[in-house]
Write a protein that binds this ligand. Structure first.
Ligand SMILES: C=C(O[C@H]1C=CC=C(C(=O)O)[C@@H]1O)C(=O)O
Ligand SMILES: [Mg+2]
Length: 460
């Protein structure tokens, strides 16, 4: 152990109850983020999270909840999370960047959706500061203990956490990372398949009648396994199979929501904001030539360019309102990931003084890559035609710190795991000339990464 930073501050939480916020960070030699996550299985199951950015320069693992921000406040939920986070962090001594608590979590796709299903118990906003927080930035690893308490024996609780931390680190500094088997699937169902196919026809009719210009319609798969799947087991497959994506896992009680998304919603780094427009899709080719031909046909396809254009327009507009010096390339490029290629346009700008990452999340969500145009009409159509609750699928998931830096992805290519059951989600942008069968096939391609991680057959 090379360095150590420690601080304890008296703070007020909620309606002025006095608490002490203890933080201690140590720098550790490189360890396995997954093994650290797995080491929390006995004590912190149901209260863990995992995040890795696309570039693999930032990994965050959280075990336990030192602090939680949860609410069901509909459109006010973004402001609520922001004000609680500001209140908490404004009281902490900020001199040392290594004593930085990180808030991780997500906002559900649509607080107005009332379908219960697997998301019945999930709050509309769910954010936590971990008791044990592992951050790997570039090649440096830091483990932080966060403890917020008003207990009289808090010093003793802190000592217990220190011991626990040492054990967690020991368990994670392994020479060889544990390998996990794939689970055994015993049933595969496509609920509402017929309804989905019909809804594409109905939605294109609405679009032709000018009720909306674009609506993203999604569906789910319901899988049953021989036995309960653990979070480290499934995350290990996702991490190894999907290195080009944002990787995330978020536990809530007996659910793990996880996935590998190619799509950044927003990143803020020292006042600079970045987003990405990802919409319009085609499969990968079997050979390099075929792959290139497919990519070229995507770049020149009017229907996909249409899907993409709505997203660029809306994200650009939001950036123009919240940033200066906005930069957008002239046309889309291809974003190629293991199973699929997308049209991709990056957007960046310099945040205005009053703009923040959470304000950008609030204004951007849902972009027309996940919702539609116009936003409210599209949301209304989604509520009417999708018989499910998206929960965190297609919703913002990510982290932020006390300095206003952070990153959110849109949680697509994702699934909810509830013990021995998994629900996979995928959708696509419906425009006037969408065809049910090809949209259906597009969702099959989008299900692939999560299906593969679960050891499932690729039903095509
Ligand atoms: C809604 C999904 O993808 C979006 C992101 C990229 C491409 C999309 C498309 O081509 O339809 C979707 O807008 C999903 O993967 O479930
Ligand atoms: Mg599409």
């Amino acid at each position: 152990m090379q360095h150590k930073w420690y601080n304890a501050t008296e703070i007020e939480v909620g309606s002025n109850s006095k608490q002490i916020f203890y933080m201690e960070t140590i720098e550790v030699s490189r360890l396995s983020a997954l093994a650290f996550f797995a080491a929390g299985e006995a004590k912190y199951k149901g209260k863990r999270n995992f995040w890795q950015n696309r570039e693999k320069t930032f990994t965050l693992v959280g075990l336990g909840h030192a602090y939680k921000i949860e609410n069901n406040k509909g459109t006010k939920r973004f402001d609520h999370v922001e004000s609680e986070w500001k209140q908490l962090t404004s009281q902490i001594v900020q001199e040392d960047q290594h004593l930085q608590p990180i808030l991780f979590g997500g906002f559900t796709f649509d607080p107005q959706n009332e379908v219960a299903g697997e998301w019945a118990k999930f709050p509309q906003s769910y954010f936590t500061v971990a008791s044990h927080q592992l951050v790997i930035r570039n090649d440096q690893a830091f483990v932080t203990i966060n403890l917020i308490t008003n207990e009289t024996n808090s010093a003793q609780t802190f000592e217990t956490l220190r011991k626990e931390r040492d054990e967690l680190i020991h368990a994670a500094q392994v020479k060889e990372v544990k390998t996990y088997t794939k689970p055994t699937m015993i049933s595969y169902a496509e609920p509402f398949k017929e309804e989905y196919l019909q809804s594409i026809d109905q939605v294109t009719t609405l679009i032709k009648a000018n009720e909306a210009q674009k609506v993203v319609i999604a569906r789910s798969l319901a899988l049953q396994f021989e036995e309960a799947i653990t979070s480290p087991q499934i995350l290990s497959h996702v991490v190894h199979e999907q290195p080009e994506s944002f990787l995330f896992g978020l536990e809530h009680e007996n659910m793990l929501f996880y996935g590998a998304s190619p799509e950044r919603l927003v990143k803020v780094n020292n006042g600079r904001a970045f987003s990405s427009c990802v919409a319009g899709s085609i499969k990968r080719g079997q050979t390099a030539e075929q792959d290139e031909a497919l990519g070229n046909s995507l770049l020149n396809d009017a229907k996909n360019r249409g899907e993409h254009h709505y997203v660029v327009e809306m994200i650009t507009d939001t950036f123009e309102k919240n940033c200066r010096d906005v930069k957008i390339p002239n046309g889309p490029k291809l974003l190629k990931i293991r199973d699929i290629q997308h049209l991709y346009t990056p957007v960046e700008g310099q945040l205005n003084d009053d703009a923040t990452i959470l304000q950008l999340v609030k204004h951007l969500h849902p972009t027309p890559a996940l919702g539609g145009v116009p936003r409210e009409a599209a949301m209304h159509i989604i509520r009417q035609y999708e018989p499910m609750n998206r929960g965190l699928y297609a919703a913002p998931i990510g982290w932020l710190d006390a300095d206003g830096n952070g990153e959110f992805a849109v949680a697509i290519r994702s699934a909810a795991l509830v013990q021995d059951k998994a629900y996979l989600y995928a959708g696509g942008g419906i425009v006037a000339d969408s065809k049910p069968q090809s949209e259906y096939e597009e969702t099959l391609v989008k299900f692939r990464p999560m299906l593969r991680a679960l050891g499932g057959q690729l039903h095509e």
